[in-house]
Ligand binder design. Structure first.
Ligand SMILES: Cc1cc2nc3c(=O)[nH]c(=O)nc-3n(C[C@H](O)[C@H](O)[C@H](O)COP(=O)(O)O)c2cc1C
Length: 170
């Protein structure tokens, strides 16, 4: 059985495509099981000590709608003892005051529930004003921007997966 559970939501498939690339970089479905949060249950999280959460930001600083619908379910998940990494798509030009906010919203909630965050990512190379995803000068996870920097997505994912492999200790 896969050791890592990746749970993503998407509206226009950018975060899904990134999820599939992350799975591939880790070595495929024997390593990472991918779930669309629209079809997932809280109990699906119980199978994994290593979790990857993927959520784009929508509607000016909001979670993607399937994650919005799942948000209260998070309270029913035991995150203590689990390592959790975050990624998601955003638009740093069009939504410069709310870039990647969804990552920060989910990370704050899951950390309160006992999850240990891994996969912090430098803000270097991005140009934005405000983001709930920034903690102590870094993003809480990997931001991708298909609207403005799609040429960087693949290399960002490759570097980040190498990083979190180490932080997961796998
Ligand atoms: C109406 C609308 C609102 C958006 N709001 C934000 C936002 O607040 N922050 C942000 O970083 N990106 C925002 N975006 C950009 C999306 O997050 C971006 O296009 C992303 O690639 C979508 O990912 P998905 O295809 O996985 O749904 C918004 C886009 C639209 C069309």
């Amino acid at each position: 059985m896969a050791k890592i559970g990746l749970f993503y939501g998407t509206q226009t498939s950018n975060t899904q495509t990134a999820a599939e690339l992350i799975q591939k970089e880790f070595g495929g479905e024997s390593v990472v099981a991918v779930y669309d949060i629209a079809d997932a249950d809280a109990s699906d999280f119980d199978d994994y000590d290593y979790i990857i959460v993927g959520c784009p930001t929508w509607n000016i600083g909001e979670l993607q709608s399937d994650w919005e619908g799942f948000f209260d379910e998070l309270d029913n998940i035991e995150f203590k003892g689990k390592k959790v990494a975050y990624f998601g798509a955003g638009d740093q030009v069009g939504y410069a005051d709310n870039f990647l906010d969804a990552l920060g919203i989910l990370e704050e909630k899951i950390s309160e529930l006992g999850g240990t965050t891994v996969g912090y990512w430098s803000t270097d190379g991005y140009d934005f004003n405000e983001s709930k995803a920034v903690r102590h000068g870094n993003f809480v996870g990997l931001g991708i921007d298909e609207d403005n920097q799609s040429e960087l997505t693949q290399s960002r994912i490759q570097s980040w997966v190498t990083q979190i492999k180490g932080e997961f200790g796998l």
